[in-house]
Design a protein around this ligand. Structure first.
Ligand SMILES: O=C(O)CCC(=O)C(=O)O
Length: 247
């Protein structure tokens, strides 16, 4: 799935791009499943659905519930359809090419970034949240709508994965880097639906608010190498969303 050049780019720059990781039919199915989950939230554990703060605070009333949802969490753990993507050969090939043969799904989410009420996801490194050592963790961020600068595409700092975890502060979703990078280091990553940004768990990244009337949904799955420690525990103690037999 990844060429030698892409693997080299990931090693040097902390990211690679893959065109067409999922098809137009997949995207349609993802979008219907999102609607189904958001329309019957009572069927899912509360931990699965995170609303936009403006909606929770009553400052914005979306036309439909799903237009006020910020993230769906643990979708691999709680949903067979989303579990299916994690086990796809192409996705596992990407993870294994970058992490080695024994991998598992550490985290899975749908990032909704709805129009009108979404905010910034502050600059951060995902491994500042995970604390995996060594940092053998990779994110697959797959656009389900066209992702543009205006509607909140990913912004990254190429090469920033090479210096460990920078100081972070703040709470919850606002937990982020104490110092934002300089503008001249930042690369915006617009993507077509179905395309994926593959990024190292310690790459600096952020997303701006959606300033359009269009939706900007994305799947984000993190794979990690088996055997790493997580915050002093091993991955076996913590439990993963999905393990794969690496033999
Ligand atoms: O807005 C997004 O899709 C990215 C958010 C993100 O990087 C995160 O929640 O870790």
């Amino acid at each position: 799935m990844l060429s030698e050049t892409q693997v080299q780019q990931f090693t040097d720059q902390g990211f690679a791009l893959v065109n067409g990781l999922i098809s137009a039919d997949d995207i349609e199915a993802v979008c219907s499943e999102i609607s189904r989950i958001c329309e019957s939230p009572q069927d899912f554990p509360a931990e699965v659905i995170q609303h936009e703060p403006q909606v929770l605070q009553g400052e914005f009333k979306p036309e439909r519930l799903e237009l006020g949802v910020r993230k769906l969490f643990k979708i691999v753990k709680h949903n067979d359809f989303f579990r299916g993507f994690a086990a796809r050969a192409e996705w596992l090939d990407v993870a294994r090419a970058l992490l080695g043969p024994d991998v598992y799904v550490l985290q899975s989410m749908l990032m909704m970034k709805p129009p009108e009420c979404s905010g910034t996801k502050v600059w951060h490194q995902d491994n500042a949240y995970f604390r995996i050592s060594p940092p053998k963790v990779v994110g697959l961020w797959v656009a389900c709508d066209e992702a543009t600068v205006e509607n909140g595409c990913m912004h990254i700092v190429p090469g920033s994965h090479r210096n460990g975890i920078a100081p972070h502060s703040g709470d919850g979703d606002n937990y982020g880097m104490t110092d934002a990078p300089n503008d001249n280091e930042v690369l915006a990553v617009p993507l077509q639906p179905g395309d994926a940004l593959i990024f190292h768990g310690e790459l600096f990244h952020f997303t701006p608010p959606n300033q359009t009337s269009q939706r900007r949904r994305a799947l984000q799955y993190h794979y990690a190498a088996c055997g790493c420690e997580i915050g002093g525990q091993t991955w076996l103690d913590v439990g993963s969303e999905l393990d794969f037999d690496g033999s």
